[in-house]
Design a protein around this ligand. Sequence first.
Ligand SMILES: Cc1cc2nc3c(=O)[nH]c(=O)nc-3n(C[C@H](O)[C@H](O)[C@H](O)COP(=O)(O)O)c2cc1C
Length: 498
Amino acid sequence: MMAAGRLSFGNITALAPMVRIGTLPMRLLALDYGADVVYCEELIDIKMAKCHRVVNEVLQTVDFVAPDERVMFRTCEREKDRVVFQMGTADPDRALIVARLVEHDVAAIDVNMGCPKEYSTKGGMGAALLSDPDKIEAILKKLVTGVSIPVTCKIRILPSLEETVRLVQRIEKTGVAAVAVHGRLKEERPRHPLHLHHMQAVARALSIPVIANGGSLDLVKTNMDIEDFRKATGASSVMLARAAMWNASVFRDQGPLPLETVMEDYLKHAIRYNNHAFNTKYCLCQMLREKVESPLGKQVQAAQSSAELSEALGLQEFYQQTQDQLQAKRDALQTSSQPETLVMDGDVATMAVRFERREYPPHITPKMFLLEWSRKEKLEKPLYEMVQRSQDRSFQSTVTVEGKRYRSTLWEKSKKFAEQAAAVVCLRVLGVPEGRIGEEDSGLVCKRKREGEGKPNGTAEEEGSNKRHVFETQQETDDQKKSVGVENGERHKQAMTS
Ligand SMILES: Cc1cc2nc3c(=O)[nH]c(=O)nc-3n(C[C@H](O)[C@H](O)[C@H](O)COP(=O)(O)O)c2cc1C
């Protein structure tokens, strides 16, 4: 399948791109069961272009994180040579920016030209591209010449055979490595029969691999059907969406596995990679299908967390062990990070410091010192942003002062301490006194001491600083909720994207 390190699309079986389904756990499951190539869900270029790449050392993943901290795309070494990044785009320049962003973490780039859903067609993406071949050509040419990995696209057929063949021939000339063809018109629903003649004509007309898609409902029910579908379409490869979503063991040569086993295998990946519980639950419910009203189905539906989903599937022990392992890794990483050493995390200045109450006189805190200093410098009040990680409910705060951001890498049990730690980092980076006992007298200590007397916590000043609290991670589709937060102990909000 791999030639000179480049992913080849000839004679492969692939997991098709599926919004909400094609996140990391499902892709790994499909690979476990024998899929050769796995597509991620469609990710929209505008959103991806704003992401930054973060190496998640705890999970050992690479995360593409949006400015609002959501993880838009998570991948790992295991799938690096097999994962195809599918994007929704209608703009060659933006498509290239996104392709370059992910280029070294994925095996190929695919452009969605088949999705008829509004979130994709609006703005001219998805199936809307089918009526704009000039745009198709511009996007694909830009990508093919701009990145070092293979580029593919996924289309639907056009009303006539001739138009369809003309389109794919034009696509082939752009230099793409393969074309996936969903054998339906853009107006047709997944229950409509496939147009095998169109697919055969495409396969005959092209010399690059054609990947046949659309057979899940009636043509591909078992692994053995995959080969028949390949032959029936004349294509060199096959891509499965719904059949894999219902039971990913369809990729297994050795035969299918019981649904319960597949669900368990899926959930293990979801736990290991800290997939958001709502996404995990959604995928499990899709697998259950008509069994969603069974006792197991009801338990899954009632679950509100990964722990509860684990309980429903009898994986409590696995869940706990994995949490312990991840926590141990987090702790080890924290211990190994050098205190007092400034490390830039993107645009955030970080240090591994804690706020130790006993190091400061009563009523004196670093936050007060930072606020006072900002006033003196005629700057805006420090802005604190709080995040909470899900597994141990601890907090981390980032403070913005003069447009620059500061944070401690250490997580705190209380919000107050997290903000104090962020203030300490900021003050230390700026070289400003922070009010510690024994610190060279800045004058502020004495003044504050006097003012603080009589105040219960000495925090009245601090309340003047701006606060923005951000909670619990969500991994949701765009058109769903926008709740944000942190998971994995890393500063990421997860997002399922359209
Ligand atoms: C839940 C779901 C989500 C989908 N999301 C995408 C997507 O993100 N990108 C895409 O090109 N097609 C998407 N599709 C279409 C599938 O990739 C595929 O073309 C279609 O389901 C027909 O293949 P099948 O018969 O194997 O299901 C989606 C399909 C389903 C069922």
